[in-house]
Design a protein around this ligand. Structure first.
Ligand SMILES: [Zn+2]
Ligand SMILES: [Zn+2]
Length: 232
């Protein structure tokens, strides 16, 4: 089946994510837009993933995810087959983040929430720092947990594989890449051997994607979704 998706949405846990990006607001806005599968991918954390999955129930598929910053300062999306695996990766990533405190007045709040949109805590460590893990390390760690790594917004001028490494390392075992809407058409031939996904990278509710791109998956669950991204 072909499903409309947006696999790169930040919640209020990301300092740059608006405080209105609560689990229920994200889920409900995505349903209103006509999306069928979404991923809440916060910077270096899966701390609001469980709440989003619970808030969604059976109404929309939420893929457990996060957006990791590698030691090369490259952003990569990681998708997992279940919440436990994502949270396990989250704890691992957290231990590889530098001990820098968030300054909410500069970067914004980092709120943990439950499935009722109640704030259950605030993360003190700055989540947008780079980890000390290479892109190869992150790829391997995601795989170890049954997940998959997808380089994020590769066409962006910063925090991307192309901007920071200069090229797509041919020995990097990835099968899918994220390209922004603006450059999708222009780059789709050159990156034709990869599955190309295009997401909103929304930090505000109104920026969540319109239903314009679809992924073909066999069954509507995270495991099948990861399989579909693993195919070259
Ligand atoms: Zn990013
Ligand atoms: Zn992002």
């Amino acid at each position: 089946m072909k499903l409309y998706y947006d696999l790169h949405i930040h919640s209020a846990l990301s300092p740059c994510g608006d405080n209105d990006m609560t689990p229920n607001n994200i889920v409900n806005m995505s349903i209103i837009k006509g999306l069928e599968v979404i991923a809440v991918a916060d910077h270096n954390s899966a701390g609001n993933v469980r709440a989003a999955v619970e808030a969604a129930g059976d109404n929309i598929l939420v893929i457990p995810a996060m957006e990791v910053t590698t030691s090369e300062e490259v952003h990569v999306l990681c998708f997992f087959p279940d919440v436990d695996s994502a949270e396990d990766m989250g704890r691992f990533i957290y231990s590889h983040l530098p001990d820098i405190k968030n300054r909410a007045d500069i970067f914004g709040n980092q709120y943990y929430m439950n499935s009722e949109d109640e704030v259950t805590g605030e993360e003190e460590k700055l989540l947008i720092s780079a980890t000390d893990l290479s892109i190869y390390d992150v790829c391997a760690e995601a795989k170890k947990r049954g997940g998959i790594m997808v380089p994020a917004h590769i066409d962006k001028q910063s925090y991307s594989v192309l901007a920071n490494l200069g090229f797509m390392p041919p020995d990097l075992p990835v099968s899918a890449v994220e390209i922004t809407e603006k450059n999708r058409e222009g780059m789709k031939t050159e990156y034709g051997k990869y599955t190309i996904i295009t997401d909103s990278d929304a930090h505000y509710l109104e920026n969540i994607a319109e239903p314009s791109h679809q992924l073909d998956i066999l069954n509507k669950n995270p495991r099948e979704f990861i399989k579909s991204l693993s195919k070259i």
